[in-house]
Design a protein around this ligand. Structure first.
Ligand code: HEC
Length: 250
């Protein structure tokens, strides 16, 4: 029943995200291997609806991320102190390239760069690290819709609120505990990139179809970005679990 409901909700509310604005960013293979593109590009797409695809350094591209990018804009430094720049490779897609660079230099873009920590260690810093990148972010969305969808889609595993207080699965963090995390809204808006979700979650226009050779064994979560915004706006209304007080008591 839950499966059918989640599926129908997904079908009824879906509408396609335009995908013709594909922009190509060349970046080193090593960076793609550790998943920097998968961390960064969905966050940019979320803010701007512009889809950027990472390609190999020698592939045709609209812009390049490199240490030696001539005329490029500096966007971050790595742990060895090298300065990375983004540069347009031609005249094409100039507007999208400009939007990408502007975003990388904005507060949410810097936060995205600095939160990339594949093994729990941040690899990149933006030059204005000392400025607060955790500035409060307002989340727009339909909280009533988000409240319903959170229970349907997420309440199977997470304790959402009093409505399913006994319903969560074992060690899965409650929404109140997640709400207490730094940059919680970023975690929610990109939850589909964090395990275990990719194996059963489809966000229309953002995720690849499930791999045919790896069937999904649990009821999938099918949703649109508007629905995820609604859930995140709803989570903003949840009282954060006071983890600090427990720590202080020790
Ligand atoms: C099938 C079970 C399941 C479903 C359904 C599910 N989650 Fe999760 N979620 C988990 C588990 C397990 C974790 C903890 C993973 C860990 O800490 O390694 C988690 C962690 C998270 C996190 C923290 C991610 C991070 O980077 O630390 C967020 C945010 C989250 N879930 C949001 C959601 C939202 C929003 C939904 C519904 C749209 C949802 N989850 C549906 C099992 C689920």
């Amino acid at each position: 029943m839950r499966f059918v409901l989640a599926f129908i909700v997904g079908l009824l509310s879906g509408h396609a995200v335009a995908d013709d604005a594909l922009v190509r960013l060349a970046m080193p293979d090593a960076m793609r291997q550790i998943g920097f593109d998968k961390h960064l590009l969905p966050r940019f797409k979320f803010k701007t609806r512009i889809a950027v695809t990472a390609v190999a350094p020698d592939a045709p591209a609209d812009m390049v991320l490199a240490v030696e990018a001539d005329g490029g804009t500096r966007v971050f430094s790595d742990d060895a102190g090298a300065v990375w720049r983004v540069a347009a490779t031609g005249e094409a897609r100039a507007e999208e390239v400009r939007a990408f660079i502007d975003w990388l230099r904005s507060t949410p873009g810097k936060a995205a760069i600095e939160t990339f920590a594949p093994d729990g260690v941040a690899l990149f810093t933006t030059e204005v690290r000392s400025q607060s990148v955790a500035a409060a972010e307002t989340v727009d969305g339909d909280t009533a819709l988000g409240s319903r969808l959170a229970l349907v889609h997420c309440g199977r595993c997470h304790v959402v609120d009093a409505r399913n207080r006994m319903g969560g699965i074992g060690s899965t963090p409650s929404f109140a505990a997640l709400r207490a995390r730094a940059r919680w809204s970023d975690l929610f808006l990109t939850f589909w990139t964090a395990n275990p979700h990719p194996s059963f979650t489809q966000v229309q226009g953002y995720t690849e179809p499930f791999a045919a050779d790896r069937p999904v064994h649990i009821a999938p979560v099918l949703m649109t970005m508007e629905e995820l915004e609604a859930i995140t706006a709803f989570v903003a209304t949840i009282e954060p679990k006071d983890l600090g007080r427990q720590v202080e008591a020790n």
